[in-house]
Ligand binder design. Structure first.
Ligand SMILES: Nc1nc2c(ncn2[C@@H]2O[C@H](COP(=O)(O)OP(=O)(O)OP(=O)(O)O)[C@@H](O)[C@H]2O)c(=O)[nH]1
Length: 321
């Protein structure tokens, strides 16, 4: 499958026989800054899970942008935040480790929100990572007038100066309206090291399919109950097997997955009256899984209680954190 259409700059660079580049970039920013949506827009397919609630990205999902001049591997990290649980601490560790390893860091700041203490906290941490070029990306520009946008650009530029470093670039984008997304890729590409492609053409992500399937189920399970169960749901795919005795032209993939909650009292919320909610979760996520894997799926969901899993190291490991 092809990624975004090539931009003029990319075509020209390829024509000029410029060396091919390949490397890693990650988007950082407070929760809900639009990092997953931007990753998807760059890659051109749904690879990261988005939602309108913070902290939905738990797994490091890579999207891969293939261009004639460069291969850009995007690592999408969870939001950095003040840790209150063991899970929170682990998530922050994941973020910092990622920052130190990538070739470019994109700091995402929503255009419609003032630079807050959360952003400053992140930018201060970024200032400490000297070697890696940092791009300031003002996201969701479709939500504001140009005056507000100009102020935001100025504010982020000033903050860089205050903290004693220079942004490699500052760029406004709208992932939803597909404005300047191609240009962002053009700006990142030259910052990557010279290298042949690191992934075969056509690969959009190297996240194991089971993890992506689990994320799609979790996204559907969270729908409508976020206020009641904000961060209490984890999903583990136990098994994905092609159904035996099916004709070659009518395959069926059996997927068995467990939806974990923290307390028995949450079971009723997930399952719903007469099991209707869980059924809906199954129907909805099955559609997305079938689209992702390109094959019909039979989805078998079970709800299990893993007591206080966010605070228990053993449970966290079992659930893949
Ligand atoms: N209008 C508009 N909304 C956007 C844009 N990009 C993202 N959003 C919305 O902002 C919300 C958060 O987007 P995400 O991409 O999930 O944010 P994130 O930074 O990955 O969030 P976490 O996973 O919590 O760290 C979603 O409701 C998106 O639809 C944009 O360009 N324009």
């Amino acid at each position: 499958m092809s990624a975004r259409p090539n931009t003029e700059a990319a075509a020209q660079q390829a024509e000029n026989n410029a060396p091919h580049r390949a490397g890693f970039a990650c988007f950082v920013g407070r929760p809900n800054a639009g990092k997953s949506t931007l990753t998807n827009a760059l890659v051109g397919q749904k690879v990261a899970i988005t939602s309108n609630r913070p902290q939905t990205t738990r797994h490091t999902v890579r999207g891969i942008v293939h261009r004639p001049d460069a291969q850009l591997i995007l690592v999408d990290t969870p939001g950095l935040h003040k840790p209150r649980t063991l899970l929170g601490e682990r998530l922050n560790d994941v973020v910092r480790t990622t920052w130190a390893e990538v070739d470019v860091i994109g700091f995402c700041l929503p255009a419609d929100q003032k630079l807050g203490p959360g952003d400053k906290f992140i930018i201060k941490e970024l200032a400490g990572i000297k070697k890696t070029p940092k791009i300031a990306i003002i996201t969701k520009t479709d939500l504001v007038e140009s005056k507000a946008l100009a102020e935001q650009l100025l504010a982020v530029s000033r903050l860089g100066e205050e903290l004693g470093f220079e942004w490699a670039e500052i760029i406004p984008v709208s992932a939803v309206k597909d404005q300047q997304v191609g240009l962002l890729a053009d700006l990142i590409a030259p910052l990557l090291p010279e290298s042949p492609p690191l992934y075969p053409e056509g690969d959009l992500t190297d996240e194991p399919e089971m993890v992506m399937v689990a994320e799609l189920i979790r996204e559907a399970a969270l729908e409508g109950v976020r206020d009641e169960l904000p961060h209490s749901i984890a999903v583990v795919v136990e098994e994905m097997l092609p159904r035996e005795d099916r004709p070659a032209d009518k395959p069926l993939l059996d997927i068995h997955a467990n939806v974990y909650i923290e307390r028995p009292s949450q079971k009723g919320i997930i399952i719903g009256p007469k099991g209707q909610r869980l059924k809906d979760v199954g129907t909805k996520s099955r559609k997305h899984i079938e689209a992702l894997l390109g094959t019909p799926v039979y989805l078998d969901l079970h709800v299990k209680v893993a007591k206080d899993w966010q605070r228990d190291p053993k449970q966290l490991r079992k659930l893949g954190f």
